[in-house]
Every structure is written in C-alpha cells, then in structure tokens.
Design a protein around this ligand. Sequence first.
Ligand SMILES: C[S@@+](CC[C@H](N)C(=O)[O-])C[C@H]1O[C@@H](n2cnc3c(N)ncnc32)[C@H](O)[C@@H]1O
Length: 293
Amino acid sequence: MNSALNLPKLIYRTLSLKLSKNKSNPTTDYNLISTSYDEYYSRYLGKAALELLEKLPVNPDQCILDLACGTGFFTHPLAEKVGKNGKVFAVDLSSGMLECNQKNALLKQLSNIMFVESDALLFMDGIANESLDGIVCGWGICYMDHVKLLQSMERIVKPGGFIGIIENRSSSLKAVSDMFMKALVTHPNAMIKNTEIHLPKDKDYLVKTFTKRGIVAESAWNGKVTIPCKSGDEVAEYMLKSGASAGFLDALDKNLLPEVMKSFVIHIDKSMANGQSIPVNHEYCALVATKSV
Ligand SMILES: C[S@@+](CC[C@H](N)C(=O)[O-])C[C@H]1O[C@@H](n2cnc3c(N)ncnc32)[C@H](O)[C@@H]1O
C-alpha cells in the first residue's frame, strides 16, 4: 500500500473523527486487560507510584478517596495505613479493574474499603464539602477534565487534607506512538473513533493546574521508567496487556486490529535492525499538595 497517499487520508480521517465527537472508551480496554494490568503496568510503574505513596501524610482513622483506583495499587496500602477505624473509597469506571481490586482486598482481609463503580467526577459530586482527609489519583487524571477535578477536590478535602497525583507526561511513549502512527498510515481505515486523553506536560503543569484556591504544593517531581523491550513483539505485548494503550485500542476497528499490530511490530523490528532504538519510556510527573487550614 502506498503510505504517501495514505497519510492525507489518515489526517482527514483523524480530523473528521474529532469533529464527529465519536469518542473511544478507555473503560472497554481496561475491562479487557484487568487481569494482566499488575503483571505488566504495576510491575514497572509501581516503583514510581510507591515514591508518591511514601510522601503522602496518611494516618490511622482517616477517610481517603482513591480515584481511578484500578486493581488497587494505592487502595490496599492506603486501607492498611488508615486502619480498621479509617475508610477508603475506591472509585473506578471499569468493572473488570474493580473486580480484581476487590478480590485482592479480600485476600489481604481488608474490610475498610468501599468499592464504587462510577465516573470519578460524578462520584465526587455526591460527596459532602470538606469531608475527606485525602485524595489520591494514580495514572487517572488523563481521563478527566482537570478544571472540574480541581474544583471538586478543593471542595471535598478538609482544610489540612492532602492531594496526591501521578500521571504520564505528554512526552511519554513517544517512540512507540511514532511507530503506531506509521502502522496506522498503512491502515488508515482502521481508526473509527477519536481518542481524547489529557496528559499533563510536566510537574509545572500539575503545580499550575492543581494548586489554586488554597491548595498548596508540598512537592512536585518528574521521572522516567523504561520498560525493557527487545523486539517489536515485546513492545506490542506490553502495549496490549499493560493498559498503556487504553483508549487507543477501542478507537480501532476490531477486525483490522491484528493487521495494524502486525505492521506496528514490523516497523519496530525494521527500525531496531537499522540501529534505531525504540525506547518504551514512561515519562511521568507527580504532585503532593495540601489544602490550607
Ligand atoms: C492506569 S489505571 C490506574 C489504576 C491505579 N490507580 C493504579 O495506580 O494502578 C487507570 C484507571 O482509571 C480508570 N478510569 C478511567 N477513566 C475513569 C473515570 N472517568 N472515572 C473513574 N475511573 C476511570 C480506568 O478504568 C483504570 O482502572
């Protein structure tokens, strides 16, 4: 197929899908990968998330909200720290991710977690003013409207309460995205929905966006995690099973997905054979902030 002719076709298709407001649904993809998420995503990104967890002022008896809680990477240590007189609200849109979270909590005999299948912002709308000691959102703000998120967080956190955020930066997985675009140019008809993901630029964006109206930054940092992939197949396996491509897979025609993935792998292997490195880099940023008393 002639890629030069397909590029304008792909650009036209991307723009039309944007205008059509036919959005992909990341939840569909998270439901599909929920059982492999920990083995692929948490295994590598967990170290970065732990750094955030250690900086949060979590204490016994607190009531904490874990937004976009997934399989429970933050939920479970938070529930352990707040103890049996404390409480964690674990909120997620994906029933598959929540099911894994619930199963693991049961194995750990954690009984102070309330699991809620809901959109994060909708759930927060039903929470009383200044009623929470802290809010954590791990790798989830990219699916939310940041202005509304700040408004809700500021309203429901108690004075002296905390906010903890970690998210991939917009520069994340750049080399992999470039290969994916090359594969899509070969199959421009494969894209059938628009993907809308709001990744922050860096820690300065987090500080600027989430420290208004009495929310004060305690610390903010950038970091990078490299996934050790040595071939196109390994990159594809990581992207398909970790959730790193959630929202992008649902945007594709299921019948054409195998073809797209096949050319994705070929493009990576060719580039690697030519000495070009295709690093699978998750660049991320994080913020710990508190609400003034
Ligand atoms: C990368 S996972 C992060 C899971 C977990 N916080 C962690 O640190 O491992 C992103 C999660 O966000 C959830 N999610 C996406 N959009 C959401 C929304 N609007 N409201 C609530 N959860 C959402 C997904 O279902 C998924 O479980």
